[in-house]
Design a protein around this ligand. Structure first.
Ligand code: GLY
Ligand code: MN
Length: 430
């Protein structure tokens, strides 16, 4: 993506309204594998740094801003970029080339010349620098907010990720059968991404079959899928650090009536939640409305008893839907979730896993990912069984404890009118 990073930096400088404070944005450090090895884990620059520089691999890089130098015309309107000095060993072993900017070794003198001034720090921490916590928190909140509305180039990258992901999910359809392993499903899916020019998945692909479909971050194993089991795939392609996030649930063979009903309850809740992604909508309301729709589905199936509204008020939905309805997505799978400026954290237990408390605006990209799961760790808990004794058909739950779960997830663009489902073309088949 070609982006004018200096415009983004200028916007941050304006938003942060610094007078005397120094702003530092760290790219973060690479990590060696936790064994005796000279190989490093894949380096991922902090998204707050990448957004301002477009540099994916300036390991330990520091972007610095001095508002006083801005008026003095030093640096690029007060901005200075310190990047690692590439050594001969870096060139020989990693093929690195020198990035533009001052060498990191010069940062110490630059910083010493500004001694005594308060520091606001974004991105990854710069070691050995004390920060002003309150100003940092306020600046990060403002920065997250300006990043939320996606630029056309960002949306374009997400559309391209979506089209590669469509190809992957389409290619894997013939392998969603009994006899294939979760690993084989991952291989077929990701191979199609890679054939189409994708270098990385946006996050580690999740493939969960049978009971594993109720494990939220279940990594593909050598488990062989059995006939009639759920297969849940949560995967998205990445391009230039931009990602989409998609989940589909399938059945190996013919679904039972119970599986179909569970699937349809999730699908109905998902469609309604997507329709609610309108400008001005409150994210928490979208979450609770989806919880209500899911519980209504379970009541209709005879899994739960009572009035759906009262069940959600008692947090009974957390037995089967214990995560949030979604999160912001784009520059990374979690992107700029968080709180609407001026709000404090809503500490209700039912919102513990909701990653954001925002009002939706045009240009926001979010996931909508309701699910219903049979999770033994929750459903076998005697405290929950006692508390919700009359709300749940526990003998039916016993029967389905190993069934797994269903999640459907799409990446949605909020517009000035109807929401656009960026991942609609990924097949939903039951
Ligand atoms: N796609 C994985 C997640 O949202 O947690
Ligand atoms: Mn997600």
């Amino acid at each position: 993506m070609h982006s004018d990073y200096s415009v983004r930096r200028a916007r941050l400088a304006l938003t942060a309204s610094l007078t005397d404070e120094i702003l530092l944005v760290g790219s973060g450090y690479s990590q060696f594998k936790p064994e005796i090895s000279d190989q490093q884990l894949r380096y991922i620059a902090h998204q707050e740094y990448y957004y301002l520089t477009g540099l994916p691999d300036a390991i330990g890089g520091i972007l610095a801003f001095d508002p006083k130098d801005q008026s003095a015309g030093r640096g690029e309107n007060g901005w200075f970029s310190f990047v690692p000095e590439v050594t001969e060993a870096d060139q020989v072993w990693e093929g690195r080339t020198q990035l533009p900017g001052a060498f990191l070794g010069e940062f110490e003198a630059w910083f010493a010349a500004r001694q005594g001034r308060r520091v606001v720090m974004l991105g990854a921490p710069v070691p050995g620098v004390a920060i002003d916590e309150a100003r940092t928190a306020a600046t990060r909140s403002a920065y997250l907010h300006v990043r939320r509305r996606k630029e056309p180039g960002e949306i374009d990258l997400m559309r391209r990720c979506a089209s590669k992901t469509v190809a992957g999910y389409t290619a894997v359809l013939p392998f969603l059968k009994a006899g294939f392993t979760e690993r084989r499903i991952q291989i077929e899916l990701e191979a199609e991404y890679f054939r189409r020019g994708i270098a990385h998945t946006g996050y580690d692909t999740i493939v969960g079959s049978g009971p594993n479909s109720a494990v939220f971050h279940s990594l593909p194993s050598l488990r062989t899928v059995k006939g009639g089991e759920f297969i849940l795939i949560d995967s998205g392609a990445e391009l230039e650090r931009y990602v989409i996030d998609v989940t589909r649930t399938y059945v190996a063979g013919k679904p039972t009536a119970f599986q179909r009903d569970l699937y349809q309850a999730v699908q109905h809740a998902q469609e309604r939640a997507v329709d609610r992604c309108l400008p001005g909508a409150e994210w928490k309301e979208i979450h609770f409305s989806a919880a209500l729709d899911l519980v209504a589905g379970l009541v209709a199936m005879g899994v739960m008893y009572g009035d759906p509204e009262s069940l959600v008020e008692q947090d009974a939905h957390l037995l089967f839907f214990p995560h949030g309805i979604g999160h912001m997505v784009g520059l990374g799978v979690r992107d700029a979730s968080g709180l609407e400026p001026g709000r404090s954290l809503d500490t209700r237990p039912s919102l513990a896993n909701l990653r954001m408390d925002l009002i939706l605006r045009p240009g926001y990209t979010v996931t909508i990912e309701p699910g219903l799961y049979f999770i033994p760790a929750l459903l076998n808990d005697p405290v929950r069984r006692e508390k919700f004794h009359d709300c749940v058909n526990w003998s039916l739950v016993e029967k389905y404890l190993n069934l797994g779960g269903v999640r459907l997830e799409d990446s949605i663009l909020v517009t000035t009118s109807q929401p656009e489902n960026l991942t609609r073309a990924i097949p939903k088949v039951m």
